[in-house]
Ligand binder design. Structure first.
Ligand SMILES: Cc1ncc(COP(=O)(O)O)c(C=O)c1O
Length: 404
């Protein structure tokens, strides 16, 4: 799609007519009649939670990503907590992760009383730079938590090799990356444990929800117990066996995903391939539209990766623009394009700054990227017209502010 030159138009932020009449969000779920029916069926069944839909969703999900086990959780954050627990993180331990993520990735390390240690990202993908990770490994390190930023898989082979050399667990936060491929394998089948989120802006929505996939039966067993108070059996098993007796064997939580959520998950999973194809098509259109637009850099894709495109974060070439990110953000919002920013680097949040004494400047690549990032709308329900509105608006705003 060629970019229309629209720099003669007055920007909406300056009183001109916005490209769209209504706000296009940066992400949203698509719920069809089949999804609604699946949920309604559960509502009139015997099990609202921890019934047959849980196992059905877990089995279908494990098969889809190519893992031996999938354990559902009430959110991606709870799933991260479960994975940190299963990896054995405890006070005194360290885990290396990226600052370019949602705080939940690092928070799960803190939940276990361990310390998150950040390593800077690579400037092309904004994923953890394995060389920087290597420089952060100490005798206290127990895990590495790469994030597949925006849906582009992290450099998993190198990270797994590094982890093997040091005897570390790799917990991949693939909250953005359901359906992404790395060297022709699906994310979820590669790391020791892989975590997914089913928040409504993600590829598959269950309202709140999450999953951990793993090939290790010992991890799967601990994860199942951890999400159910540390109890060794669930209520449905006990009912089937005519038993009342149960044992709490570790300190767990109620992190269960309901049958209502799992029914929605089963139904949404059936449409995942189609939805991924749509996201990839939108990303391809954006890439063409922004290829020759001075002032922005589109996300880069490494040869071994097929991203899942949860986000479409462009970077502003601030050196060629007479406006900063805040002004461009405001101008795009005024055109009714629901842009967002992912992410404020985790160490820049007051909690992390105050607790760990970060001053800023520790992770220059992540910090420089943060000043330039704008996430454009990216969700599988976008129409061709929506995509066109985004490319037109970006072109209109950027052309207004660009200089040589
Ligand atoms: C990278 C990353 N990790 C973890 C999470 C937490 O997932 P949830 O919202 O399902 O708890 C998110 C959610 O947006 C995320 O983007």
């Amino acid at each position: 799609m060629p970019v229309t030159t629209v720099n003669h138009e007055m920007l909406a932020v300056d009183g001109g007519t916005p490209v769209r009449k209504t706000l296009l969000p940066y992400g949203r779920q698509s719920i069809g009649d089949d999804d609604i029916q699946a949920v309604v069926d559960v509502l009139s069944s015997d099990w609202l939670t921890t019934g047959p839909k849980v196992g059905e969703f877990e089995e279908a999900f494990a098969a889809w990503v190519g893992a031996k086990h999938a354990v559902s959780f009430s959110s991606g954050t709870a799933a991260l907590h479960g994975a940190a627990f299963a990896a054995g993180l405890k006070p005194g331990d360290e885990a290396v992760t990226t600052p370019m993520t949602f705080a939940a990735t690092a928070n799960c390390v803190l939940y276990q009383g361990a310390t998150p240690v950040f390593a800077d990202v690579s400037s092309d993908t904004l994923n953890l730079d394995p060389d920087k990770v290597a420089g952060k490994i100490t005798p206290r390190t127990r895990a590495i938590l790469p994030v597949d930023y925006a849906g582009h898989p992290a450099e998993l082979d190198t990270i797994l090799e590094l982890a093997d050399r040091h005897g570390l667990a790799v917990i991949e936060d693939a909250s953005h990356a359901l359906g992404a491929e790395y060297r022709n394998s699906r994310v979820g089948s590669i790391a020791h444990m892989t975590v997914f989120s089913f928040h409504p802006v993600k590829h598959l929505a269950t309202g709140e929800g999450g999953m951990v996939t793993t090939d290790r039966a010992d991890y799967a067993e601990v994860l199942r117990r951890f999400r159910n108070h540390g109890i060794s059996s669930d209520a449905r098993q006990r009912q089937a066996e005519g038993q009342w007796h149960y044992e709490m064997v570790l300190l767990g939580f109620n992190y269960r995903l309901t049958d209502i959520g799992c029914a929605l998950g089963v139904s949404q999973l059936k449409k995942l391939e189609v939805n991924l194809a749509r996201r990839r098509k939108i990303a391809a259109r954006y890439a063409i539209a922004f290829r020759d637009l001075a002032g922005v850099t589109a996300p880069m894709v490494r040869a071994q990766a097929n991203p899942a495109w949860h986000l479409y974060p462009i970077r502003l070439n601030l050196e060629n623009l007479s406006a900063d990110r805040a002004q461009i953000f405001r101008a795009l919002r005024a055109e009714n394009i629901g842009v967002n920013v992912h992410y404020i680097p985790v160490h820049r949040h007051p909690y992390y700054r105050d607790r760990f004494g970060y001053q800023g400047g520790e992770y220059p690549i992540a910090e420089d990227a943060y000043e330039r990032l704008i996430s454009l709308p990216m969700f599988h329900g976008m129409s061709d017209g929506d995509v066109e509105d985004v490319t037109r608006s970006v072109s209109k705003v950027i052309s207004h502010y660009v200089h040589d």
